[in-house]
Design a protein around this ligand. Sequence first.
Ligand code: C2O
Ligand code: CU
Length: 466
Amino acid sequence: MTPLLSRRTFLQGSAALGGAFALGAGLAARAGAVPEAQLLTAQLAKAQIAADGVTPVMTYGLGDAVHTHLPPVLRMRKGEPYAARLVNRLDEPTTVHWHGLRIANAMDGVPEMTQAYVYPGDHFDYSFTPPDAGTFWYHPHCNTLTQMGHGLTGVIVVENPADPTFDAEIVLNLRDWRLGAGGKYIDPFKPRDAARGGTYGTVRTANWQQEPVYDAPAGGLVRVRIAATDVTRIYTIGLEGAEAKVVALDGNPVDHPFLLDRLDIGPGQRVDLIMRMPDSEGAGATLGNFRGSNPWTIATLRSVGPSLKRDLGDVAPLPANPVARADLSTAQRIPLELTATAEHTAVPSVCGSLGYTFWALNKVPWPGDTPDPIAPIEELKLGKSYVLEIANRTPHAHPIHLHGLSFRILSSNKRSFLPPPTDTILLLPDEQAEVALVADNLGDWVIHCHIIEHQKTGMTGYFRII
Ligand code: C2O
Ligand code: CU
């Protein structure tokens, strides 16, 4: 792959707040604290993704302007109200889901379940207060294999004023594109792959670029926020030419930051690294994907200026998020089985159907987004503790994501390191894990595999908290 020209883009993310949009009476009158909403426009555009042609993409822009780059990094603050008006300028219905944010059910973005479809030309007002700081992301929850596959995945940074500051910050949105000659889309999936590990893209990008190069202060400590937003790919992240410490996983700080060796992150997951840049000007450090037998470059960070001579040993744990601890003495246990299912045809849906069913949760395949969904996996009582006994009875990995809640992994037959609380667990083949949570958020919360072909071919269900 051809490395692109380097760009002086560190700290670029903070430009993302431009284009704020004043909303009328509705929001301002209600909260007083939220006088302004960002105008978040879902739109069609063209972008250079492959080397040999321009690709029609879907993206988000802030404000009214035409936007031809990747969706902006949305910046919010822990404990402070945030508002955005989604305007749909696509040619199909859409919604926004705020992946990992523990916010009210009505803001969760799941069509038929938590809100109506937002049709072309229409809008929807989202407003909420993120309770947790960290790296999260946003994407539609409608016709997702197409909408996400064509570009609608963006990173959210929820800042915490109490976080230590670093010498630079780089946000990396990792994803693939299924493109053939001339930058044209090829079939979004192959049924035989959907029934296995999922269908991989052909062009691998970070921030919509192949092997981008970013400059950062030599000898400095750089916070690298990585979000795996691809519809299929599981990455094994590694770093060459420098050292880094893992400080947060899926938005939540780790108790004891540890040196990065190889780290698996599945679709939907995030990792925050503090990377110590090489001392000499021009030296590069390469983030790579080490999964499989042919490692490849994700992005390169290049040292500029005189060395700041920082010490990675000075990196302290980030302040924890307020995730409640489950009471294991009273917790009710709920089995959750991931299985393949006998193939049958799925029902058509406004939000797209792949036309197959290959997967199920507790033997029930999800029928698609319908006004009349299947029963919840279980009704949970507000404030009570639960332990999910998750069993992956398939020979494939599944990144299982739960909306609206965070859970802690208590035990697993496949892992010794237990990460901080998370919204997405990458279940390994044949893994059995126990995860605990407090049902502290009312409403219907979907749980699904974040390999979108699996999600859309049955591996979805929901919990109802009453
Ligand atoms: Cu990131 Cu239901 O999804
Ligand atoms: Cu899956």
